[in-house]
Design a protein around this ligand. Structure first.
Ligand code: PEP
Ligand code: MG
Length: 752
């Protein structure tokens, strides 16, 4: 690494700023000196600092060049004028003709009408805009990329002064909304179910950096490189010491750590005169601020990983690597974070971790996948939670309802403790059913399987008491990996799944990727409607090698054991025929090589696309079984996006249209002698499960956590009574059948 000579100007300016900051005097006085220095350093006639105050207002705090009596008088709302626009978008704005910009707002008290050109940058702290720094020139001029960089670097140094608490109080800058220490309930996104109670631990590895400006950039580059090497070493050993898909996730993460672009940006910031720590923080802040503009979900997830890495790198630079996080909480704790990477989760004692609350987070983020596999309830998108919780506050995480209770009143705490205790007792009762069959009171045996996708799910298989795995989502392990697993890796994984199932059947669903289920190593391009896009078998048919390799691995894994295969998102019988041909080729290949063939092989289809219903007779002659993917089937039946929260309550599976469809389907499969199961979410909800059994389904496959409950439900129902009652509902037109079914179930003593 070597330092670019073109950064000399920036470094000189930073050194002067550092001297001003280090000298005595009030923050306001320092700010006044700083604007003079910056104006001179950038050969501008004006330099102004605006500080963001409560109520989303930017106030002029210091200026060189504008009228002094405008200081503390001129105010702009976020989004108003050029300064407000910079704050709203957290982006630099460089204009040779400021007045020509549509957002230009003239403030007569500043006397700024004589300045033609304008360059402004946000002052960022932890990714939040806390002010704006701007320079102006009388003559029309274009600002160079390097000048923008310099101003951004200066803004980074100024952030310390602005956030220091002397200019405006910390309370105001944290935008405390008057709630003080009152109890608070926050709504968020349900990312992992369950209830957790514990003391808050703020995951804010905001490391205080004493030195922002360096005298010797070459030395800083060496320090940076050393810290990067150290971090890689630590990540390597973390990966080595981890097993299963946790390891895959960490491996993907380790690859991100090698992202050359990210490191190059940090090196660039060091070259401009920042210390290595300050450079890491600057790049972290820039990335975070631009995050709102990143719409691609996969990239957004990776931003969280980058943030996690930046924190790690800072710890290596400051020597403060935490072996185990100092919690200050003696019992269970709840971690509250803006976002978190998977490696950071591994730093906490997961036996005492009762919950995780994130300001960001999504169902597919690495940390969510890991936390879910560890049984930790998670709430995402809890707005501003970090500003509202203090370390040590009691917190309740209700992952079932997407709610967080902060400093709850004593009676709320008691209620949740009782709920937890009742849940524990109920779990014990349910556990007693483990070896009992799911048979109705009138003697009809229902096959109750579980859905899985992680080895972690499979390792609980024996305790769950399921009859098999009705849906193994093979894409899940792919999503956690840094690269496409080869046939050997896949065969090992599937073999392990079959071993853990211990002779009970497992239905492997072939890859359902594409659309929103993105793979880290696969660029599927942008799609307008990903759920209806190039996904699942559509992709497999266009890229047969992928499917053939997977099938090859499955044949190898099964050896002479039974193999159940099912294809997702089949829309037409002709598609199934094409898939069957690919499968036959692999079987021929395997027997040509003298491999043992699966015995027996059962081939099925997921019923998810309504068109297939209109070729049902032809399909039933070809397949060994069907599985209803009700999540997709219902979204396509009602034309209602399954991920759209606004539609979640509008279309109910328990409505005449879907009930009739499902009843006809069950009857036709029965007549054809083809087993049909339901493996979508509805099968795991007690009332819906009662309805499905009543409609004629004899196989259900549900999430591992729902198996025991659904078993209890089935064991408490009389099938004949339910079937009779459903007949009356299916013929009506009301779409509010859920309440009526619930009342019926309670009346009948069915455990729902
Ligand atoms: C379904 O669509 O119901 C299903 C089980 O598949 P997935 O949820 O994985 O799309
Ligand atoms: Mg589906």
């Amino acid at each position: 690494m070597s330092v670019d000579a073109s950064h000399t100007g920036s470094r000189r300016l930073l050194a002067r700023l550092r001297d001003v900051m280090a000298a005595g005097g009030s923050a306001q006085k320092k700010l006044e000196q700083v604007v003079t220095l910056i104006a001179a350093g950038l050969e501008a006639q004006v330099c102004s600092v605006y500080v963001k105050r409560a109520g989303e207002v930017l106030e002029l705090f210091a200026t060189e060049g504008l009228r002094r009596d405008a200081v503390h008088v001129t105010r702009l709302r976020v989004g108003e004028g050029l300064v407000g626009t910079i704050a709203a978008h957290a982006r630099a704005l460089a204009l040779s003709d400021a007045k020509g910009h549509p957002s230009f707002a003239f403030r007569p008290e500043t006397g700024e009408e004589i300045y033609l050109s304008f360059l402004g940058v946000p002052i960022l702290r932890s990714g939040r805009v806390i002010g704006v720094l701007a320079v102006q020139n009388t003559r029309r001029r274009a600002y160079e990329e390097e000048e923008i960089e310099t101003l951004e670097t200066v803004a980074m140094v100024l952030a310390e002064l602005v956030a220091g608490g002397d200019l405006i109080s910390r309370e105001e800058s944290r935008q405390v909304d008057g709630i003080g220490m009152l109890a608070l309930r926050l709504d968020g996104l349900k990312l992992a179910a369950g209830i957790g109670i514990g003391q808050a631990v703020l995951h804010r590895p905001q490391i205080a950096i004493d030195r922002l400006v360096s005298d010797d950039p070459d030395r800083e580059l060496v320090r940076l490189q050393d810290a990067v090497d150290e971090m890689h070493g630590a990540l390597d050993s973390m990966v080595e010491n981890t097993e299963g898909e946790h390891r895959d996730i960490l491996e993907t993460y380790r690859m991100i750590a090698e992202d050359a672009g990210w490191l190059a940006r940090i090196e660039e910031a060091v070259a401009s005169g920042l210390t290595a720590e300050a450079a890491v923080q600057k790049v972290q802040s820039d990335i975070r601020a631009r995050m709102s503009q990143i719409t691609e979900p996969y990239l957004r997830e990776r931003v969280h990983d980058l943030e996690d890495l930046a924190n790690r790198l800072l710890q290596h630079l400051t020597g403060g690597v935490r072996a185990a996080v100092d919690l200050g909480a003696t019992n269970g704790f709840v971690v509250v974070a803006r976002s978190m990477g998977p490696a950071e989760l591994m730093d906490y004692d997961r036996d005492r971790m009762r919950g995780l609350v994130l300001e960001e987070g999504s169902p597919t983020s690495h940390v969510t996948i890991l936390a879910r596999a560890c049984g930790i309830p998670v709430i995402g998108r809890a707005r501003d939670v970090l500003d509202r919780v203090e370390t040590g506050d009691p917190v309740i995480v209700d992952g079932d309802h997407g709610q967080v209770f902060v400093r709850p009143a004593e009676d709320v705490q008691v209620a949740f403790r009782e709920a937890l205790e009742a849940r524990r007792q109920h779990q014990e009762q349910l556990a007693a059913l483990r070896d009992e069959p799911a048979t109705t009171l009138d003697g009809v045996r229902i096959t109750l399987s579980m859905n899985a996708g992680l080895l972690a799910d499979m390792s609980h298989f024996p305790e769950i008491g399921a009859d098999g795995v009705g849906l193994y989502r093979t894409e899940v392990p792919f999503m956690a990996r840094p690269n496409l697993p080869g046939v050997d890796d896949q065969a090992t994984l599937y073999g392990r799944v079959l071993d853990l199932a211990d002779g009970k059947p497992v239905a492997f669903r072939t890859l359902d990727v594409g659309g929103d289920k993105l793979l880290p190593f696969w660029d599927a391009g942008d799609e307008e409607n990903p759920a209806m896009g190039w996904r699942a078998v559509r992709m497999s048919l266009d890229r047969p090698a992928l499917l053939r390799q997977q099938v090859r691995a499955l044949i190898r894994a099964a050896a002479e054991r039974e193999l159940r295969l099912m294809f997702p998102m089949v829309s037409e019988v002709a598609e199934f025929d094409d898939l069957q041909r690919l499968l036959d080729m692999e079987l021929e290949r395997a027997s040509g090589l003298g491999w043992p063939l699966p015995g027996p092989l059962k081939v099925g289809v997921m019923l998810e696309v309504p068109a297939l219903l209109f070729q049902l007779d032809d399909l039933l002659q070809r397949v060994d079984f069907l599985s209803v993917g009700s999540n997709d089937l219902l979204q396509f039946l009602y034309a209602a996006d399954r991920g759209n929260a606004r539609l979640a309550e509008r279309y109910d599976a328990l409505s005449p249209a879907s009930l009739r469809l499902l009843r006809d389907l069950a009857a036709r499969c029965d007549a054809a002698g083809v087993p049909v199961s339901v493996c979508g979410e509805i099968a795991g909800r007690p009332i819906d499960a009662v309805a499905l059994v009543g409609l004629g389904f004899r196989h259900l496959s549900v999430a591992p956590s729902a198996v025991a409950q659904i078993k209890e439900t089935i064991r408490s129902m009389r099938l004949d009574a339910v079937t009779g009652y459903l007949d009356t509902l299916v013929h009506g037109t009301s779409n509010r059948l859920r309440g009526r079914l619930r009342a019926f179930a309670i009346d009948q003593g069915i455990a729902i």
